[in-house]
Write a protein that binds this ligand. Sequence first.
Ligand code: ATP
Length: 202
Amino acid sequence: MKKYGIFGGSFNPIHYGHLMICEYIKEEMGLDKVIFIPTGNPPHKELELSAEDRYEMVRLAISPNPDFEISDIETTRVKKSYTVDTIRELKKIYKEEKLYFLIGLDSLFQLKTWMKIGDLSQEIEFVVALRPGYLDREEVNKEIDFLRENFGTKINLIKTPLYEISSTDLRDRIREGKSLRYLIPKKVLDYIEESGFYKVDL
Ligand code: ATP
C-alpha cells in the first residue's frame, strides 16, 4: 500500500522550514509522496495575499522535487471548510493509499483547538516534526497523551533539525527591507520581488 503525506498550511510565503520537514518525514516514514495543500480561506488568519498567489509560490518551491505535489482542493473551494472535510475528500480520491497529516511541533500544541479534531482524528494519523531541544520531551509526551485520551488522535514523531523561521518573520523581514536569501527558494524570492508582495501593512 502506498503512503502519502498531506501537508496543509497558509504558506504565506512557503519557506525552507516547510520543505525540510516534508523531506525528512518523507524519508523516515517511507512516504511515496507529499501533497502540499495551501489553505483557501482559513478560519483563524487574516491573509494579505490571495490563495492563487500563495498556491503559485508553493508550486514554484516544490517544482524541482518529483515526490512533492500540490493540490488546489482548498484554494478553489468557495465555501469555508475544515481540515476534516478536505481529508474526507482526499480519501475518496486516494482510496488505495494510506494518508498521513504532516504538522510542525507548534501545530501539535494547537491541535486540541482545531475544529472537529475528534472527527479528524478518526480519519487520519498525524506525523509531527519533532525539533530536538525545542521543548521538554515530557511536555510533548503529555500533549500526545492528552490528544489520544480525549480525541483518539494517533501521532507519529519524526526527528527533524530546527529551522527557527516562520512566514511571519519572513513578512517582517521584507517590510524592513531585509534579505530572504537562504530562507526561501530562489524562484519564490524572485516571484515575491517581481510582485512587490508584503511591502506594506494592509
Ligand atoms: P505563520 O508565521 O504565518 O503562522 P508558518 O511559518 O507557521 O506561518 P504555516 O503555513 O502556518 O507556516 O504552517 C504550515 C505548517 O508548517 C504547520 O504545521 C507548521 O507547524 C509548520 N511549520 C512552519 N514553520 C516551521 C518550521 N520552521 N519548522 C518546522 N515546521 C514548521
